[in-house]
Design a protein around this ligand. Structure first.
Ligand SMILES: [Zn+2]
Length: 481
């Protein structure tokens, strides 16, 4: 304890002279200029693979060049990679009397892709008891089952897979409102576009792939569609159940399509380097992509994460002027973060990536706003410093070295797997065993909305926060970890 305090005082003495002068490179006017460029209408929210993202990529790359940073590959700052995009296209079941379309009058819950229209029969399976299912031929057919809770259909999906059925159609005659409530809750989740890296670029999961249980496609329908899909009314079908004669229900031929659309998107991280005396590297990262455009509305992403990208560029300027760096510094502006932290995942899985050579990852994501937990703007969350003693000591030193330091450690709980720490690029470095810190100013009402715009930012305060981060980088540079 005593020794730590003494070291801190010594460092603070050395750094206040050195640091404050160097930190004058970090300036609110520059930060504002950069945020405004990245969050401008013409960049249309920097969605991956779009012209707006390419413009941001060029701007960052040009800035690295102006600052004289070393390129990442032989002649370029770009680390190019591909993202696989998948989403459901046309999904429907067509009966002789009606067309059921996904999330209008049916809800599709399956994984089985049918890109070409197919033809199948629908048979009635009553309440789905074994006794009932033994009485009918279910192989390669859709089986209509009455269930008292549409959310509990999984056991039928499994049961019918064992009997080689093609799919299960579930209706709940007891509760007409349940379908509508499920339709509304699941719609955006099921129709969302999913992104991933090609298999060879992914971080291997520590959990074994256990997905050996087979399920058939599940389709939920409202009671108003029961007659269209089975040829009989709910009352008639209920009577067949009571009389133990479900095999008497007609078999209806339907057409169906479960189309999945797959695209490949090309994008790139932008990487600039400064060379130090050793072969160890500090990686400073910030994602520059955002949600892009939906319809004619675009998501400016000023706080998320033009603010962090501006910080990255200002830190690049500040450290490009420093002489005799002890460690290399990598400035890594990642893409496809919003699609699932894919730019950083790609980066840490490249053959050339050696986790042993990286002393720390400093990740900056959303640092220019204020959350509900704070009255004023004078704070900055530091998330992840509880991972190790060394990181903890680094932050204690930073706290002591800079008199205006206001780090908030209250989100520092790496034992919480759903915490914020797992929701930005630092997590991919952490998974490779690299100490990683995430700087952040909290979730606010404009988060992931079209209203996250540049005019909502207090730039004096952003400057203050970038200086705090600069202080941490400076300590890493002089003392390592
Ligand atoms: Zn975001």
């Amino acid at each position: 304890m005593q020794r730590l305090v003494l070291t801190a005082i010594l460092i603070s003495f050395v750094l206040t002279g050195f640091g404050q002068q160097q930190n004058s490179e970090i300036d609110k006017k520059d930060l504002k200029r950069i945020v405004k460029i990245l969050a401008a209408d013409s960049l249309e929210g920097r969605g991956i693979g779009t012209e707006g993202q390419k413009k941001a990529e060029r701007f960052i790359s040009d800035t690295f060049k102006e600052l004289g940073l070393n390129t990442f590959s032989e002649s370029s700052y770009l680390e190019e990679f591909e993202v696989k995009q998948k989403y459901w296209g046309e999904v429907y079941i067509e009966t002789p009397n009606a067309k059921l379309t996904n999330f209008e009058n049916m809800v599709f819950q399956g994984n089985d892709v049918q890109n070409e229209e197919i033809e199948k029969e629908v048979v009635f399976g009553g309440m789905g008891t074994d006794e009932e299912l033994n009485k009918i031929e279910v192989a390669d057919r859709f089986v209509l089952i009455f269930i008292d809770n549409l959310r509990a259909g999984i056991k039928y999906k499994k049961k019918l897979a064992k009997r080689n059925a093609f799919g299960v159609i579930l209706a709940n005659p007891e509760n007409d409102k349940q379908f509508e409530s499920i339709r509304l809750t699941l719609k955006s989740h099921y129709l969302a576009k999913r992104h991933s890296l090609p298999r060879e670029n992914r971080t291997k999961s520590k959990i074994a792939e256990w997905d050996t249980i087979q399920y058939v496609n599940g389709i939920l329908i409202p009671n108003s569609q029961v007659k269209n899909i089975s040829g009989l009314s709910i009352n008639q079908l209920n009577r067949l159940i009571e009389q133990n004669k479900i095999e008497d229900a007609p078999k209806i031929k339907v057409k169906a399509k479960f189309e999945k659309i797959e695209n490949t998107i090309k994008t790139a991280n932008v990487v600039g380097l400064l060379t130090g005396k050793t072969d160890k590297t500090i990686v400073i990262s910030a994602h520059y992509d955002h949600l892009g455009k939906i319809g004619d509305r675009f998501f400016a992403g000023a706080d998320d994460n033009a603010s962090g990208t501006a910080a990255l560029l200002e830190l690049a300027e500040r450290f490009s002027k420093a002489r005799n760096l002890n460690y290399n510094i990598m400035f890594l502006a990642t893409s496809a973060e919003e699609a699932g932290l894919l730019g950083s995942e790609y980066h840490v899985n490249k053959h050339s990536f050696n986790p042993e050579k990286i002393i720390c990852n400093i990740n900056i994501d959303m640092i220019s706003r204020k959350d509900d937990k704070h009255f004023g703007n004078k704070y900055l969350y530091c998330i992840g410093s509880d991972q190790s003693k060394a990181l903890n000591e680094l932050m204690i030193k930073a706290d002591n070295a800079y008199d205006k330091c206001e780090f908030d450690y209250s989100l520092n709980d790496s034992s919480d797997p759903l915490g914020l720490f797992t929701r930005s690029d630092n997590y991919n470095f952490y998974k490779k065993g690299i100490p990683a810190i995430f700087f952040h100013s909290g979730i606010h009402k404009d988060y992931h909305k079209t209203t996250d715009t540049a005019n909502k930012i207090n730039y004096r305060n952003l400057e203050h926060r970038v200086k705090l981060i600069s202080q941490v980088v400076e300590l890493l540079e002089s003392d390592g970890l």
